[in-house]
Write a protein that binds this ligand. Structure first.
Ligand code: BTN
Length: 225
């Protein structure tokens, strides 16, 4: 059970999450926000206890046990015409990783472009979707999945999953974590608009793959470098 009052009392933002939509079950919180016909407020957040068709990057799916984790999306639709979406991706992963580190003193690493890892296992993924009008960005939906209290993961994964509970060996308050992520996200969004260099340097410091040898698979081809 997610207690909105416990989340709300810790929310310290000007606009992110001030309009909060809580659902038991949607296909995907990203799709839910993008399908809303009425103009939702800038910074609206939709959280669902379960997604029947949760989406991941590269057309993968994102499965999350009901009521155990955080699956939510943030809508930005104001003053974002010239926002750099790559930077926004990095700012989002930084917000998630800093929140986990600050609340639980767990060391996290970032893996390009936006996976958050603990001990080389994936604790969070981000899916950013946008729509444009001409060359201007009109709307961005930032979908965030964080494995919080799930401890068993079935299936095939390109990176082994973990959760905060698994790493901490204790149950975690989803309300406290969500408010921390949104508070930090809004701070970083302001920072991104004012001084993106500072934010990029912070991201580089946390990026686990810089300087390492890596392999990537692209169009069925493996490349190493
Ligand atoms: C990835 O690592 O592949 C990105 C996963 C993103 C999952 C989140 S859960 C909330 C939001 N709704 C979705 O359908 N996907 C994102």
């Amino acid at each position: 059970m997610f207690t909105i009052e416990d989340f709300d009392i810790k929310l310290n933002t000007k606009f992110v999450g001030r309009n909060f939509i809580y659902a038991q079950n949607v296909s995907s919180t990203n799709s839910y926000l993008s399908e809303q016909n009425k103009n939702l407020e800038n910074g609206s957040v939709a959280l669902s206890e379960f997604q029947t068709d949760g989406k991941g990057r590269l057309k993968r799916s994102w499965y999350s046990n009901e009521g155990e984790n955080l699956t939510f999306s943030i809508l930005l639709n104001d003053h974002i015409e010239k926002l750099n979406l790559n930077h926004l991706n990095l700012a989002t992963s930084l917000a998630v990783s800093s929140s986990i580190e600050n609340l639980y003193q767990l060391k996290t690493d970032l893996k390009w472009p936006n996976d958050v890892l603990i001990n080389n296992k994936k604790v969070s993924g981000i899916l950013l979707e946008s729509s444009t009008k001409g060359s201007d960005i009109e709307k961005v939906i930032i979908g965030i999945g964080i494995n919080v209290n799930q401890t068993k993961f079935d299936g095939d994964f390109n990176i082994q999953p973990t959760s905060i509970k698994h790493e901490m060996r204790k149950s975690i308050s989803r309300e406290k974590l969500l408010s921390e992520v949104l508070n930090t996200f809004e701070e970083l969004l302001f920072e991104l608009k004012n001084d993106s260099k500072k934010l990029l340097n912070r991201w580089r410091d946390k990026c686990g793959t810089i300087g390492e040898r890596i392999s990537i698979e692209h169009n069925g081809e493996s490349k190493h470098g």
